[in-house]
Structure formats: C-alpha cells, structure tokens
Design a protein around this ligand. Sequence first.
Ligand SMILES: [Zn+2]
Length: 280
Amino acid sequence: MWPLDPPKFSARDSYDACVRGTRDPHRRSLLLAAGDSIEAAGGRFRQAAQRGALHELKTTEFVVPGIAANDATRWVYENGMVNTVEGRAVYDRIMAAPTDERCPLCGHGVVRTLDHFLPKKMFPALCVDPLNLVPACADCNHAKGERLPSCAETTPLHPYLDRIEHDPWLAARIVDCSPLYLDFFVNPPCEWEQVLVDRTAHHFNMFKLAELFATQANRTINNIRQQLTTMLATGGPAVVSAYLSAEAATRRAHRLNSWEGVTYQTLACDETFCTGAFIP
Ligand SMILES: [Zn+2]
C-alpha cells in the first residue's frame, strides 16, 4: 500500500457539487434536503477513521434520508459525480492524485477508476465523500469488490489514512532461480502494533500482491539476464551483486517498499543467484 495526500475538499463540498446540477425538480429537492445528513455522515466516518474503527460503522446510519440506496448512488454518484461538469471536476481531481497514475492499493497497476473504500451500496451517504474515494487500478477495484471489514484486522490499509511508507515492510526470498520465482511477504519492523501487522498482511493477501510482484520480478530478470551473464563472465559475482545493489538503492530511495527495489535487493544478497543461478 502506498500513501496519498487526502483530497482537500469536504464531504459536503463534494456532495453539493454533485447534486447542484440535478435537473428533475423533485429529485433535486430531495437531494438538497439531505445535505446536512450527508455532512453528519461524513463526520461519523472521519471520527471512526481516526479511532481505527471503520469496521464498527453501521450501514443503517449511512442512508440518504428519503431516498432508496440504489437511487441515491445512481443520482449522486453515477449521474452527479461521473456525468456532470461540476461533479466530474471533483472526480478528476481525486483520480489525478497518484504520482505516475500508479494505483496506491497495489503500487503497480495504472489508476482506472475510483474505489469506494466502504461500498457505496451499503454506505450511500458516503458515495461521493472524498475520504471514501480511492483511485485504483481495475484489478484492485475488482479484488476488493463489495467486501466490508468485519474487524480491525481485516480492514484494508487506506492510502489517505495509513502512513507506513517510511518503514521497510516488504521483503522477498528466492524460491527458484530459473525461471525466477520470488516469494514476497510482509515483514514489518518489530515495533509495529499487531493490528497494523495484521491489516498489512490482510491487505497484501486481499490484493494478491505476492503473485503480482512475483510475476513482475520474473519479467524483470528475463529482461536483464543477458546483461547479468556478461557481467558474471567479465567481472565475476561481486560485479553482479554490486550492480543489483545499486539498482536496488536507486529504486528504494524513490519508494522504499517497491517490488522493484525489493527484487533487486533480494537478488543482490543471494550468493547462489550472483554466482550464476540465473543462467538457464
Ligand atoms: Zn492496484
């Protein structure tokens, strides 16, 4: 999980932007009347997020008064946010937050959509709350689906709220060298609270990051196998290891827990690999 700065507008600002352009008078009147309730729901959402208690929120407290859940999400999110100029401006600003369009949930895919951290069908009052909208790649959006956290330990990491990027928490070990298979796993510092360890592991499993990173790592080595073979022949294992270490350092300086940096670091430290196990 890779962090993002939270959107700089409130739940109420986003809601108002999404419903102001509603043309049907009856629908518009219902939506405008619900504004205070939406603001209050946003407040409860933020309080629970601060306490690490999003799993305790009751869906019954996040309805839009006087509007059925399906109608609320259709009118406010699908029509109001996705398909009106003012709502779309909010949508586009949230989508544009990740550097290099990189999905913050997996740290690899390209952002394609907004994921509702708490599902919009169950929490219609949060359907356009910026804190509940996370830019995501299609795979992560699909993997998460409509799941609700049942306890603190099964609450996925939230890119706006959980800042774990300064600690090394991602590691890998070599299972096979040709083809390369790296087993990626969560290995946080011992001072982390257990609930954060459990949440990170849950997040890692939910989005199938071990499989994703292993595939990418294998592709990376396929791309440089010839280069490594030449280095080994001309300079020996120390040159191979030094090259891999340098590649790891530059990537980890940019993003400490990137799969690329961890891949290079793991290979650089493996004597068997550096002495030629990568040669088929
Ligand atoms: Zn993703």
